[in-house]
Design a binder for this molecule. Sequence first.
Ligand code: CA
Length: 374
Amino acid sequence: MKKISRKSFFKGLALGTLSLPFAIRFFGGKNQAQDQTPKLSTDRIYNWKMVTTWPPNFPVTGEGCELFAKWVEEMSAGRIRIKVYGGGELVPALEAFDTVRSGAAELGSGAAYYWAGKIPAAQFFASVPFGMNAQQINAWMLSGGGLDLWKELYADYGLVPFPGGNTGVQMGGWFNREINSLDDLKGLKMRIPGLGGKVLERAGGAPVLLAGGEIYPGLERGVIDATEWIGPYHDYLMGFHEIARYYYAPGWHETGSALEFFINKKVYDELPSDLQTILWAAALRLNHWMLCEFEAKNNLYLKKLVEEEQVELRFFPREVLDQLRLYTTEIIEELTDRDPFAKRVYDSYRSFRKAAAQWSELTEKPFYDLLQTI
Ligand code: CA
C-alpha cells in the first residue's frame, strides 16, 4: 500500500480524491500488506446469529448487543443482519463460546474470564484484581499490544475477539454480613468470576460462577451468600438491594472489566474487507458507549440505593484489601508459571500497567486529590 500521511489523507477525503476502498485500507481491514485490492461485495446478505451470556433484553450489556447489531446493519446498508439471542434462548449463557467455535452461531458476546476454565490466559483480557482501570485497559488493548495477544490466543480456538464494552471500576458486592476481617470471608459462598474468585478461595471463601440471570434466585434461595455484579446502575436494575443489606466498595477484583465480542474466525476471514472494518467500527463504538453509560449513571443510582432503598454502604477494611492483593500476586504467579501464554500476556499487561501507573501518579492522582477539595 502506498504510504500517505494522515494530513494528506484527510485532505484527499475533503477534496473527494480518495476512494472508499482506499479509506478502508487506510483504517485497516484484512491483511492490508498483502491485499493490494480490498475484497468488496455488495450483493451478498449475511444473516447471523449472536449468542450472548446476558439474560434476554438485559439493560446495557444486552442492549449493547442490540445496538451493535443495529449499527452493523446501518453501516453495511443491510448486508449484515444480526439476530441477538439472550442467554438460554438458543443455548445456555455459558455455552456461547463453544457455540460460536462450532459455527452454530456466527458471533457471541460475553467476558473473557467466563472461559477461564478452558483458557486461563483469557482472564487477563477481562479483569485482573487490583489491575488497570478502563482507560488504561483500552490503551493497552488498542495501542499497547493487548489486542494482538488476544487475537493470537483466540485464533487457536477458531475465534476473533473484539473489545465489546467496559464497565469501569465495579463495586465489591452485596453481602448480608459485614466484612470486618479476613475471617468474615471464610466459608462465604460468593458469586465472583475469574481471578477474583481464585483470590476469594485462597482467603477461605467458596467462589461460584453464575451467569447474570441466575444470581438473584441463587442469592434469594441461599445457594450463594453474597454476590458481586457490576456497579450501582446495573445492580439496582438487578434488584440485589431487595435481598442483601450491605453494599461494599471498592471492586478490588474488577477495576475496569472489559467485555467482548467473538466471531467465528472462518466466517470473519471470508468476509469482504469493508465488512470486516464495519464490524471493528461498531465494536469500538460500543466499547465507548458502554463505559459512558456506566460512568453517567452509576453515581445517580448509588444515591437511589442509599437514600431511597436504605442500602448500607461499606468499605472493605484496608488490611483485608492488602491481604487479597498478596493472594492475587501469588495466584497470578502460579498461573503464569504453569501457562507460558498466560505469562506472555501478563508480562505485557504488567509492564503496561507500570508505565500507566507512573503517568497517573503525576496526572490523574493529583487531579482526583484536588477534586475532593471542591
Ligand atoms: Ca463483576
